[in-house]
Design a protein around this ligand. Structure first.
Ligand code: FE2
Length: 669
């Protein structure tokens, strides 16, 4: 007889232990053990949270190199069904070898489940017939558990689920996350309800009254409230606010934005054409919103415009707005506002741009380009790539909570009774139009920050912290991904012949980008470097990019006039027709304001079980090379944190959203 020493590590999270019976079978290349009942001297409660009891599994002779284990859970008569969350199982063979089987998932029901040994294997490297068989079985089950659904034609497809609890256990929120999420959701609004604000359909009486809805403060939200009217700070936000994705260098004015030299005063004394030639002029064009159906809120038709905004980089390196046209079609009823107009004409024009920016940011930059795409990457991964594959091990920590947060966004934000549908100028039908247009014009280039910055001509803009931190972060992620994938793919043919990875990208192309070749999204991979770049983009989108466009939502939108969720009056058609009273009638009413602001608070709140970028509490990789690469990755992220912290010390407004210490591994909020 020979003995295999089996150590069972149960996860350290609420409800992870089980009182059910657990059985294990070891499967090796030369045979298998009998099913062993894992029962310690402590009785049926052996498999408890954080514990690692040890068992012996005896076999008449060696079963050879271990390929997989089978776990099987049964409830005792009269005992309840009780799910179990094993972290990993470690087996010492009689030959003295140690095999680690990473699990990190909930085991429910009584079906036999197979788990592979920790060494990552692509389908080509998985030569044993049992290994190949278990891969097929796993993918077949995953295909049943993770099905595509169409939320609305023209949008990326999503996970099919009736409610959060119908999602597979392994992708659901933890107990901690669920509790906190709903606590924050209810407390934010309750506070405002107590003040009697959430039901008031009245307009704000004066700007000071808006402070009543501004009952939570961050150092940046306070700064915004003080400086939101200043041109330099208005311009700054196009670089380092929550929507850094729109601004681009302007070499020629769009034909529908007829500004002539002399219409705008430039502090550098040069003419507009000279400054354009020098690369000092920038454009934000909200054409995505043109003609989009405006929402009706509290019985009142709202206003949503598609402005054009021109900005100038001044000799002292500020970015200042110099011209605003509030609608796309030029004409007498569509004046071009400039800073020398009356105080309220200019401020009103900027508020309309802020309103357009709210919708553009939330729908395109945030929802579509991070949340919905991250869901596509995750569902495709879970359907097509088995746990033993290096790509699964690399990316699965970067999918944490994404499916459930998106389900909740569909349920509470954009459903018929969702906050965005009820209270945003672009809610309802307008939202679908914007999302469809945005997807049909989305490019692969724009998802890869080095290409995106170059394509928008923003390489040399000063004080562009989003770019500076984002490029550094991209490079660190790229190096890590390259290290891991190059270890498993020794040549391009290995990528080309990996059917699982080809199915992954093919599913993404079809279900995420609706088979639009013009997006430039790869349809298959033919080289290791192509795969590395795409996986870098996936990891960057779910971590740094989402943080950049998500974490500052309350900072920049807590003071409502800086990011109004909706606007009530149409844009002025003549100069000289605005004053404080028309501005107050333009801003959203009281209830709309508080709904918007409390949602931004919820969406910016960090959860206590946040996992920081590069931290892998679940050890899916057990080999030396990837483990070392993870350590190097963590070290490089720490250095970037130190660089960013040091830079921020000298800044009036610190930029922290892409500090790796503040970035979560996945789209989880
Ligand atoms: Fe988000």
């Amino acid at each position: 007889m020979v003995n295999y020493e089996v150590t069972v590590h149960t996860g350290n999270l609420a409800g992870a232990g089980t009182v059910n019976n657990v059985f294990i079978k070891l499967v090796g290349e030369e045979g298998e053990s009998k099913q062993k009942w894992l029962m310690s001297v402590k009785g049926v409660s052996a498999v408890l949270i954080g514990m690692a009891p040890c068992f012996n599994v005896s076999c008449p002779s060696s079963i050879g190199k271990l390929v997989l284990i089978e776990l099987n859970k049964h409830r005792l008569p009269l005992m309840p069904e009780d799910s179990w969350f094993p972290a990993k199982i470690v087996v010492k063979s009689p030959e003295g070898d140690t095999y680690t089987f990473p699990i990190y998932r909930w085991i429910t029901g009584s079906k036999v489940q197979r788990f592979r040994e920790g060494r990552a294997l692509t389908v080509l490297d998985d030569t044993h017939h049992l290994g190949r068989y278990s891969r097929q079985q796993e993918l077949q089950k995953r295909g049943e558990d993770y099905c595509w659904d169409v939320y609305s034609e023209g949008l990326p497809h999503c996970i099919k689920a009736d409610n959060p609890t119908s999602l597979p256990c392994e992708v659901q929120f933890s107990f901690t996350k669920t509790t906190e999420f709903f606590y924050t959701a209810t407390t934010g609004l309750t506070e405002l309800k107590l003040k009697g604000l959430s039901c008031s359909k009245k307009n704000w009486n004066n700007m000071d009254d808006i402070k009543q809805a501004f009952c939570r403060h961050t150092s940046i939200s306070d700064y915004v409230q003080e400086h939101w009217q200043e041109d330099a700070f208005f311009g700054y936000q196009y670089l380092n606010g929550v929507n850094p994705a729109l601004i681009r260098r302007c070499k020629t004015l769009p034909s529908n934005f007829p500004i002539k030299d002399g219409m705008v005063f430039l502090s550098g004394q040069g003419s507009l054409s000279d400054e354009m030639e020098k690369g000092n002029i920038f454009l934000c064009d909200y054409k995505l919103l043109d003609g989009v159906k405006e929402n009706t809120i509290n019985g009142k038709k709202q206003s949503l415009t598609a402005p054009l905004l021109l900005l100038h980089k001044t000799p002292d390196d500020q970015l200042k707005p110099i011209a605003i046209q509030l609608k796309q079609v030029p004409g007498e009823d569509n004046p071009i506002f400039v800073p020398s107009d009356s105080e309220y004409d200019w401020l009103t024009a900027k508020v309309f741009v802020n309103g357009a920016d709210f919708s553009h940011h939330q729908l395109n930059t945030h929802l579509l380009r991070t949340h919905l795409l991250a869901e596509v990457f995750a569902v495709s991964l879970l359907r097509n790539i088995p746990m033993v594959h290096p790509l699964h091990k690399l990316l699965v920590p970067h999918t944490r909570y994404t499916l459930q947060i998106n389900f909740l966004a569909r349920q509470f934000l954009i459903s018929k009774t969702g906050i965005f549908t009820l209270y945003s100028a672009s809610g309802g039908e307008g939202m679908l139009t914007v999302l469809k247009r945005a997807l049909s014009s989305l490019t692969y280039t724009s998802l890869c920050i080095p290409d995106d910055i170059a394509e928008r001509g923003l390489e040399s803009v000063p004080n562009f912290h989003y770019r500076d931190d984002g490029l550094k972060l991209w490079d660190i992620i790229y190096k890590f991904v390259d290290g891991v994938l190059s270890h498993y793919y020794k040549n391009d043919a290995a990528v080309e012949q990996d059917t699982e990875v080809q199915n992954w990208i093919s599913d993404i192309f079809e279900h995420g980008f609706l088979s639009q070749a013009c997006t430039g999204i790869p349809q298959r991979f033919t080289a290791v470097c192509d795969l590395v770049k795409f996986v870098t983009m996936v990891m960057f989108t779910g971590s740094g990019q989402h943080s950049a466009v998500n974490s500052g939502q309350y900072d920049y939108g807590g003071w409502m006039p800086n990011a109004p969720i909706s606007l009530q009056r149409p844009p002025p058609t003549k100069k000289g027709t605005t004053d404080q009273s028309t501005l107050l009638q333009t801003l959203p009413d009281v209830s709309t304001t508080v709904q918007g602001v409390s949602t931004l608070w919820l969406l910016s709140k960090r959860s206590s079980d946040f996992v920081t970028l590069g931290q892998y509490p679940e050890e899916h990789f057990s080999e030396e090379v990837p483990s070392k690469l993870i350590k190097n990755f963590q070290g490089e992220l720490e250095v970037l944190t130190a660089i960013i912290k040091n830079r921020n010390q000298a800044l009036e407004v610190p930029y922290t959203y892409m500090d790796p210490e503040q970035v979560e591994n996945s789209v989880a909020i």
